[in-house]
Design a binder for this molecule. Structure first.
Ligand SMILES: Cc1cc2nc3c(=O)[nH]c(=O)nc-3n(C[C@H](O)[C@H](O)[C@H](O)COP(=O)(O)OP(=O)(O)OC[C@H]3O[C@@H](n4cnc5c(N)ncnc54)[C@H](O)[C@@H]3O)c2cc1C
Length: 465
């Protein structure tokens, strides 16, 4: 499966696309178009043409034309991806699905939601909440990213440790295939094992196998209450000991996040207590459930943290207090961004027992490659955001070497090179580091079966495409 050459979007082709989809679908205003040359990664690529659609039939029509005239189509929803997955790196048409943004039903009897792909994740969570139900996936981008994009990338977030990732809530999908046909995958029931699990093949496929045009999502009863505690430790190793103790002594927090000392120094001013300096590291722990029970549970977790060596415990019980702490946590990436000329975010995951070891090894790599690395993330599922920064952009080859060395370290620990952000265009060159050649060959075969003309989101996932 080598790189295919595609037909440029000529004036005639543009006219045909407009005629087939409807004249108001093309986004031609230069200011509006500027949004489409980037996502939240460092990559930039200006599209040849952008269309915003409002129904499945338009998606089908576009893909039929793509096969007929040999141009690529790149799906895009919230544009918050961190791997360049929604950029039209091989040219062609960017297909904006953000206009398909209706919540079709919140079915309180069967505990499911029927939604279009462009629904913003937070809006679905709020609609479910109003019905007394809970849609747990909570990527930090939830007020901008969409359920379609979340499904395409199998997004996770702090709640993942207790509730799992987006895939655990996708029961069924409506998918437009690369040839323009439409299929329904999965079920509307809690269980279903008929045939191959097409739903979970599409989920996480980063828009390379099909375009999600509707989703049936599982909802669960909303936990009646949430409470939390922030625990500060003298170093990250002690903090990670606490995580292991909390989880092996029968507690399953609804979030357990960590910040290393560098991140803590960056956002300490946003926290409602004085942050000790040095190598102090922090855990944000929350539990949810029945009010009385969770108060007892968070007290027990606090006691475990003290036993292990927490130097400070800050209760986070009131909603505004909790929100202040989460706001500080969300500020971390932004402040790292402001702090450095070059910023590369890797979202590796390692076995829980290796988090502290991985972070302890970072200074070695900082010195060797003249970089500064900030680490924070989801302590409960080993997903560490390694934010690799450099004071200038003058030595890209050194940064590349450092990234490869760090990813190899992660793999040697039994980890993975991406816990949630995906591969897209940004990391496809690293795919062979993790996947054996046989697996890549099989996956390329699946791609070719779905998309023999390679018109759907080419140039993603696989190296040399
Ligand atoms: C501040 C910030 C915080 C973030 N935090 C998290 C986090 O905690 N957890 C996490 O997992 N990610 C996180 N991300 C990354 C990003 O938000 C997720 O990958 C998200 O799921 C992307 O959704 P989107 O709607 O923005 O998709 P886009 O960026 O538009 O697209 C992402 C990928 O999905 C494909 N795609 C989009 N819509 C469809 C569709 N309908 N059908 C088929 N394919 C489609 C695109 O082609 C692309 O490959 C964060 C990003 C930012 C900027």
């Amino acid at each position: 499966m080598e790189q295919t050459s595609f037909t440029p979007i000529t004036t005639d082709l543009r006219r045909r696309i407009n005629r087939a989809l409807g004249d108001d679908c093309e986004i031609a205003d230069p200011q509006a178009l500027a949004d489409y040359d980037h996502d939240a990664s460092e990559l930039r690529h200006a599209p040849e043409m952008v269309v915003r659609v409002h129904n499945r039939e338009q998606v089908q029509e576009l893909l039929r034309l793509a096969n007929q005239y040999n141009f690529p189509v790149t799906p895009r929803s919230g544009g918050t991806g961190l791997a360049g997955g929604c950029l039209s790196t091989c040219g062609g048409v960017v297909l904006d699905l953000s206009g398909m943004n209706r919540i079709l039903a919140i079915d309180t009897r069967n505990l499911v939601a029927e939604v279009q792909p462009g629904v913003i994740t937070q809006q679905l969570r709020e609609a479910a909440r109003e019905a007394g139900l809970f849609y747990p996936p909570d990527p930090a981008s939830l007020d901008e990213s969409t359920v379609g994009g979340n499904a395409a990338t199998n997004a996770g977030g702090p709640a993942c440790v207790k509730y799992g990732t987006t895939k655990d809530y996708v029961l069924g999908l409506e998918v437009v295939l690369p040839n323009g046909e439409c299929i329904r995958t999965g079920v509307k029931t809690r269980k279903g094992v008929v045939g191959y699990d097409m739903t979970h093949l599409i989920v996480g496929s980063e828009g390379t196998l099909g375009i999600i045009t509707a989703l049936t999502l599982k909802l669960i009863p909303h936990p009646p209450a949430v409470t939390g505690v922030v625990a500060v430790f003298k170093d990250l190793e002690t903090a990670m000991d606490a995580v292991a103790q909390v989880m092996t002594r029968g507690h399953l927090p609804s979030a357990i996040e960590f910040l290393d000392y560098k991140c803590l120094a960056l956002v300490g001013d946003r926290l409602p207590f004085n942050v000790p300096g040095g190598t102090s590291s922090l855990l944000i722990i929350e539990t949810d459930g029945v009010a009385g029970n969770i108060t007892d549970e968070i007290d027990a977790i606090g006691r475990i943290c003290r036993e292990v060596g927490a130097v400070h415990l800050h209760p986070a019980t009131a909603p505004d207090e909790r929100e202040r702490i989460w706001e500080a946590r969300r500020q971390v990436s932004l402040r790292i961004h402001d702090h450095a000329a070059l910023y590369v975010s890797e979202d590796v995951a390692v076995p829980l027992g290796c988090i502290a070891e991985l972070v302890a090894r970072l200074p070695e790599y900082e010195q060797k490659y003249h970089l500064e690395i900030f680490a924070f993330g989801h302590a409960g599922d080993g997903n560490i955001h390694l934010n690799i920064t450099a004071a200038d952009r003058d030595h890209p080859e050194r940064v590349e070497e450092a990234i490869r060395a760090l990813l190899q370290l992660v793999l040697d620990m039994g980890g993975t090179i991406s816990g949630e952000h995906g591969i897209g265009a940004a990391k496809k060159r690293f795919l062979p580091m993790e996947l054996p050649a046989e697996s890549i060959r099989l996956q390329r075969g699946i791609k070719m079966l779905f998309d023999p003309n390679q018109v759907l989101n080419p140039g993603k996932l696989f190296p040399n495409t």
